[in-house]
Design a protein around this ligand. Sequence first.
Ligand code: PLP
Length: 372
Amino acid sequence: MHYIYLDYAATTPLDPDAALAAKPYYNNLFFNPSSLHALGQKAAGAVKNAREKCAFAINADSSEIYFTSGGTESINWAMRSVAGEKRHIVVSAIEHDAVIACAEYLEKNGCEVDYIKPNKRGTITVDALNSVLRDDTALVCVMAVNNIVGSIQPIKELAAAAHGKNALFFTDAVQAMNGLNVDVKDWDVDMLAVSGHKFYAPKGTGFLYVKRGTVIESMMFGGEQERGLRAGTVDVPSVVAMGVAAEKAQRLRENYVAHAKTVTEAFTKALDYGDIIECENKTDDIVCVRFYSEHKNIDGGRIAVALSCAGVCCSVGSACSAGSATSPKTLLEMDVEHANTAVRFSFGRKVSVAAAVNAAKIVNETIAKLLQ
Ligand code: PLP
């Protein structure tokens, strides 16, 4: 069966240039970058180069980049290492499960957590943040791009508000690397989490940006890797691939954004059913559609399964919570009615207009059958 894959927010394929760059480090350049000898130093040079490319992609200094295994680890590291004397934390209510679960963990360990609701159009406003900030707020966590509806948050303004109370600001930028100009200096964030497999790098790669001067605790104890803060031998081929992919994502960004707009416009125009979940400001590559009908309330999970049988792969919520039968939390927090009928379509570099229109036709046929 030929499938049209519209689930790029769940994961992307490996970029061919990234795969090519990684290959020698699996073969003749397999050395340990921590080894002092000349061969080890060749691997260390490749890791250094990859770190510089990752730093370039987010306008950071390479000394501010810490390699991790992905978004979840970067998020855990950032959030769990800042709970100092100040015990109040602010988290947006539409964060990925990784952030919410860390906040719950911190709450169990004596922190007070305030969750901020978005407005009806998916934005976490500065006013909403200001209403919960306190003198003892240690950390504010708001994602750059929401993974369910694609809403883009006003990170620069939110970070400034947090800094006004001397709180640190952390952003989960996992869904931002393809479509946004991720600029840590302009946004003035203290920490930022990234996941490789969302921007055509291998799964199991990612990094945490930590602004120079911000103190974080060790993620893992052991050797001196990652400046002694995350022990364990660095996966050289994977970070080499991530460096190439990060740089390429930035280089392709303008074309990517234009392409995503064209393709998703064609897709939504060809849809006969459904209401698009609109946002104040959103990326074009994520399209969340609610298929509510007065005639029949069909669950998003059922729609996604039927679409998969018909050849279109999409998702209901984030891939990590796909097993649960509940409505996406983001939609509930945005007060979207009949959120249980929503499905997320997410687009990538290689989706053509023809494929998007074809997918929309399959959606039309599938929904028509389900409504019978
Ligand atoms: N944050 C967001 C917004 C995500 O969409 C995801 C993955 O879906 C993650 C974090 C987790 O990233 P990873 O899969 O690299 O652990």
